[in-house]
Design a protein around this ligand. Structure first.
Ligand code: F6P
Length: 736
């Protein structure tokens, strides 16, 4: 309340000051104008009086002077007129002279007006007569004082009304626009600190910035609380789970404070122009899902291709921007590629050559000499960008990602033997015969073996790689240590099954009904698919399994709905475009076959879905379907299991994913076997609650323990053991 009083008093004082100054100047002006008017009239009458008095005075006609003075006084209504002789006595007068004296003699013939000496207030105009006498006219000045008083009185009342209004408005604004929103905010923040951001923040524009800061703070507190609880739980159990905090400390300790540099083709944040504004997108990418939490936790630099159409607008002179935009934690360094470079290196060699080569998904790889040239050039370009970033940093830890950069480890190591370099291959590695069809296999293997640590998702891919090296290059393979020694340099080849960070979603999960309504769908049992639209993901096979399930189980018609969140990917490659069309055609066909006016079994949501949006579906769906024909790991499966659900869900998982090795309590399927996958769908929707719970908690435990922070810690451990710059730079073998 004190602030209300202070505000009101200040406003009233300010208004009083302004109003008084204004009234004062108005009163002065009014007094001046009225006095001028009175003097003008006095001057005219004085001149008239003098003209008439001169002949009469010359004749000594005092009676005539008295008549004339009386006539003028009656006609012009001054308070008094007087004609003085040269001896200073009044020769004639009319009206109340009130002690008026003859003016002192003057040589100036012009009439002069002045205020009378005493009350009553009057203006006296005088003019000299040629014989040494004078004439005077007296006008009453009391109306001028009355007018000025009236102005002050009006001013006072106006100020009073203004003050009352100011007080009322101040009270109103403080009450409704300040105190009420503050009360709401306080109640909301109380709830926030107790339950997390369960309800929407108050809508007051004044407090909106505060609300978003509070949400961030609450999130941080929530995370800290969860981490503390988790730590306590683990201490109690005598174990220790990896968290972002723990990884941060661990990395600092193992790398002795040296920074981390990630190189990946895909950037974690794209800046794009939408309707004149710059927006930030997170791409649909398992790589980003997996690696970003590491940089968030440890800080460092991510070097990537700047692919957003507004990317150049937000970087500094060194092509860097700090991310995440809402809470900058690390540097994103953008590398610019020409269209030819992108076509040859990314679409061509990486995604029409290496991608189908490494996945057994029956798509023929295409290897073109021009693409290979661009691939080499792009690897050199990224090498230069990274080398400029690590200049002056002793023994930097470099984490190269994926098949786009097979040549990069060698390039970096040659320029900076002291760098600790790892390459993580996010896709499968085929058998030596399959890899052998690549015309540049020797260069690729040699480039990769520049790394100190080479990672795959699973042991099988490591074995395939070592066999490929064995058959292709002159080198020594140590099958005990799983390492390759070539030209005096040793590369450790290890499985590091990638994973996800624990979900950060809080509050109540969205309801299925709400999500389906938003998607324009109906149903009561939701099966979910989340993919980049890629032929390795088995999306068409999944649709056939849904069709077969409905065919065999008509009881689910009208109740079951399959929702596919599909992100278009690599669409300049014909095979990807055709796949997009094929998926849409199949969905239409199945909908035409089973759908009714109010229900359709397949809902395709094609577009770039924000992480938050995907998480909402993970939390609400009953079943998640991952039917990849071949997949290094598949983080959709792990994200679903890690999502912040209240009820257990069921995961149907292709046996051809890396994730199937860890998530053994999923319903494991062969996606080529449509009949069995349809059977797994029936098993999923009819699973007994107890069984559902058992499988779910066992999978949750796996993901909790084998999370992305553990992945990062293992990789960093092995990198830290490298003896950089020495002939034998491999980490020491370690029992796991
Ligand atoms: O799965 C292999 C992979 O390169 C991932 O690492 C990444 O998430 C995904 O493909 C995305 O591909 P792109 O970057 O071509 O969109």
């Amino acid at each position: 309340m004190r602030i209300t009083v202070r505000l009101a008093v200040s406003l009233v004082l300010a208004a009083a000051g302004v109003s008084s100054a204004w009234t004062y100047s108005q009163a002065r002006r009014e007094r001046r104008l009225l006095t001028q008017e009175l003097d003008r009239r006095g001057t005219i009458l004085t001149e008239t009086l003098r003209e008439l008095a001169v002949p009469l005075a010359a004749r000594g006609d005092d009676a005539g002077l008295a008549r004339m003075a009386g006539r003028l006084a009656r006609r012009e209504k001054p308070r008094a007129v007087a004609i003085f002789g040269k001896d200073g006595r009044a020769a004639a007068s009319a009206g109340a002279l009130d002690g008026l004296l003859a003016p002192p003699p003057t040589a100036d013939p012009e009439p002069r007006c002045a205020a009378s000496a005493g009350p009553p207030a009057a203006r006296v105009c005088t003019a000299p007569l040629p014989d040494g006498g004078a004439v005077s006219v007296v006008y009453d000045a009391a109306p001028i004082d009355a007018r000025v008083r009236e102005l002050w009185t009006h001013g006072f009342w106006r100020l009073l009304v203004q003050s009352l209004l100011i007080v009322a408005i101040t009270l109103w604004i403080v009450r409704w626009d300040l105190l009420a929103p503050l009360d709401q905010m306080a109640a909301w923040m109380r709830q926030l600190s107790a339950e997390g951001p369960a309800s929407a923040p108050p809508t007051s524009t004044l407090l909106r910035p505060l609300a978003s800061e509070a949400v961030r703070l609450a999130k941080r507190l929530g995370e800290a609380r969860a981490a503390a609880e988790e730590e306590a739980r683990l201490r109690h159990q005598g174990q220790s789970t990896w968290t972002a905090e723990r990884l941060k400390e661990h990395a600092r300790d193992r790398l002795q404070g040296r920074p981390i540099f990630v190189v990946a083709n895909r950037e974690p944040y794209l800046h794009v122009r939408r309707g004149g504004k710059i927006e930030v997108l997170q791409p649909a990418s398992g790589l980003v899902t997996g690696v970003e939490p590491i940089l968030r936790a440890c800080g460092g630099t991510w070097v990537a291709h700047g692919a957003g159409d507004a990317d150049r607008e937000v970087v500094d002179a060194l092509d860097r921007v700090r991310v995440p935009p809402e809470e900058p934690l690390y540097e994103l360094k953008r590398v610019w590629l020409t269209k030819e470079e992108e076509d040859g290196y990314y679409f061509g060699f990486s995604n029409e050559g290496l991608w189908p080569l490494c996945h057994i998904a029956h798509a023929r790889p295409s290897f073109r000499a021009e693409d290979w040239r661009q691939y080499q050039a792009a690897n050199r370009k990224f090498a230069e960008a990274l080398l400029s970033e690590i200049e002056g940093v002793p023994e930097p830890a470099v984490l190269i990602q994926d098949y786009h950069f097979a040549l990069l480890p060698r390039m970096i190591k040659e320029a900076r033997p002291d760098a600790r370099v790892s390459l993580f291959w996010h896709i499968p590695w085929p058998n030596p015969e399959a890899f052998g069809i690549c015309p540049w296999q020797r260069d690729i293997l040699d480039g990769m073996l520049g790394a100190d640590v080479l990672g795959f998702h699973i042991q099988n891919h490591c074995n395939n790689f070592l066999e490929t090296v064995d058959r292709t290059l002159e080198s020594r393979i140590d099958w005990e240590r799983f390492s390759v020694r070539r030209a005096g340099h040793e590369t450790l080849v290890r499985p590091y099954p990638i994973s996800v960070a624990p979900s950060e979603a809080t509050g109540k999960p969205p309801s299925k009904a709400d999500l389906l309504k938003e998607a324009g769908a109906t149903g009561s049992i939701v099966a979910l698919g989340v993919d980049r639209i890629d032929y390795t993901k088995g999306i068409a096979e999944r649709l056939l399994a849904v069709e077969r399930f409905l065919e065999k189980n008509p009881a689910y018609l009208g109740r079951f709905v399959f929702v596919e969140l599909g992100a278009p990917s690599r669409t300049t490659i014909p095979r990807y475009r055709e796949l997009g069309e094929e998926v849409a055609r199949e969905a239409d066909r199945i909908n035409a076959r089973f759908g009714t006016r109010s229900w359709k079994p397949v809902v395709l949501q094609i577009g770039q879905h924000a992480r938050r949006e995907v998480e909402r579906w993970y939390r609400a769906a009953d079943v998640c379907l991952v039917t990849s024909l071949h997949d290094g790991m598949n983080l959709v499966a792990k994200e679903f299991v890690a999502s912040a659900r209240e009820e257990p869900g069921v995961l149907i998982l292709s046996r051809f994913t890396g994730a199937a090795r860890e998530l053994r309590d999923a319903l494991i399927v062969n996606p080529y076997d449509i009949e069995r996958t349809a059977g797994a769908l029936l098993e999923a929707v009819e699973m007994e609650p107890a069984e559902r719970e058992r499988r779910w908690s066992s999978m949750r435990e796996v993901i909790r323990e084998h999370n992305i922070y553990r992945w990062g810690a293992r990789l960093i451990d092995d990198l830290a053991r490298v003896r950089p710059g020495s002939a034998s730079s491999a980490p020491q073998a370690e029992a796991r």
